[in-house]
Design a protein around this ligand. Structure first.
Ligand code: ATP
Ligand code: MG
Length: 281
């Protein structure tokens, strides 16, 4: 009799857990104000801390800039948010990362990786693939999609990345036929195609001319309607043009995370002020 009761309770508890886990991703998404949060995020390489105790919350549908001198840990932080240190020799990550208010350990790892996309400083299209194949590369890795879905995804992603008009008549051409700025927009389209929620950009325009740069800045601005964006930049004008919030990193620490206007007009921290007015860096 007792045994039966325990079993019944166990089943009930299991069901509750299942219901909780079966919240659709839209429901989980709606529940949290923040797309991404870190708590005491620390990354060391061979025992030496590159970033220490980073605590920050990124609101949904905002663009967030990260600024700071070379070597202060910006890329290390971004890579941690994209779970890339799992593969880096000597790297140890501690602290926690939450997506939509839930610790990443509560998600299936493939699912987590799909939610966070990253665009690197140097455009890195797959050289042997066409423009079309580059955009669909991430999709076809995961599962088979019908031709119509693939066509729609390619058009939508290239439009959002601001590259559709320039490529719609030559989608079968090699990605290497594109200019550097176009290749970078292709890489953005490839990231968008897998439908992430958070997109990380590590100095996406540092190798580009002003026109390509402004196209990418326009895309970033458009993207915040649907995505949460974090962008590392050495360009202070870019940070103030594109972002809602700015984080200032210095020697592996997050010194300040405030509204962009505050960071550039009346920063709370003296170090931030000295950096943004160009006293060092
Ligand atoms: N894979 C690695 N192995 C060992 N040390 C590393 C590794 N990656 C980064 N570091 C160290 O971590 C620190 C932060 O580097 P990181 O690349 O994050 O700086 P950054 O702020 O992105 O600089 P930049 O503006 O020049 O791109 C540096 O001291 C760097 O040498
Ligand atoms: Mg870097």
């Amino acid at each position: 009799m007792n045994d039966e009761k325990i079993t019944a309770e166990a089943v009930l508890t299991d069901t509750e857990i299942t219901q909780e886990q079966e919240l659709t991703s839209d429901e989980i998404y709606e529940k949290s104000k923040f797309a991404l949060e870190t708590e005491n995020l620390t990354v060391s390489f061979y025992g030496r801390e590159a970033i220490s105790d980073i605590n920050v919350k990124y609101r949904k549908h905002t663009v967030n800039a990260i600024i700071g001198p070379s070597g202060c840990g910006k890329s290390t932080f971004l890579r941690a948010l994209n779970f890339m240190h799992d593969l880096t020799p000597g790297a140890v990550v501690s602290g926690s990362i939450k997506i939509h208010g839930r610790d990443i350990s509560e998600y299936d790892m493939t699912n987590v990786r799909r939610r966070v996309g990253m665009v690197f400083q140097k455009p890195n299209p797959f050289p042997t693939m066409s423009i079309y194949e580059n955009v669909t590369a991430g999709l076809t890795l995961h599962k088979r999609h019908g031709r119509r879905i693939l066509d729609e995804t390619v058009e939508k992603s290239l439009r959002l990345a601001g590259l559709w008009e320039e490529t719609k008549d030559r989608l079968k051409v090699s990605a290497m036929a594109l200019s550097g700025g176009q290749q970078q927009r292709l890489c953005i389209a490839r990231t968008l195609a897998i439908n992430p929620e958070i997109i990380l950009f590590d100095e996406p325009t540092s190798a580009l001319d002003p026109i390509s740069t402004s196209k990418i800045e326009e895309s970033i601005h458009e993207l915040k309607k649907d995505y949460t964006i974090i962008v590392v930049t050495h360009n202070m004008q870019q940070a103030s043009r594109v972002s809602d919030y700015t984080s200032f990193f210095f020697l592996g620490k997050l010194i300040e995370h405030s509204k962009t206007r505050t960071v550039f007009t009346s920063p709370k921290n003296k170090l931030t002020e000295e950096y943004v007015i160009g006293k060092f860096g």
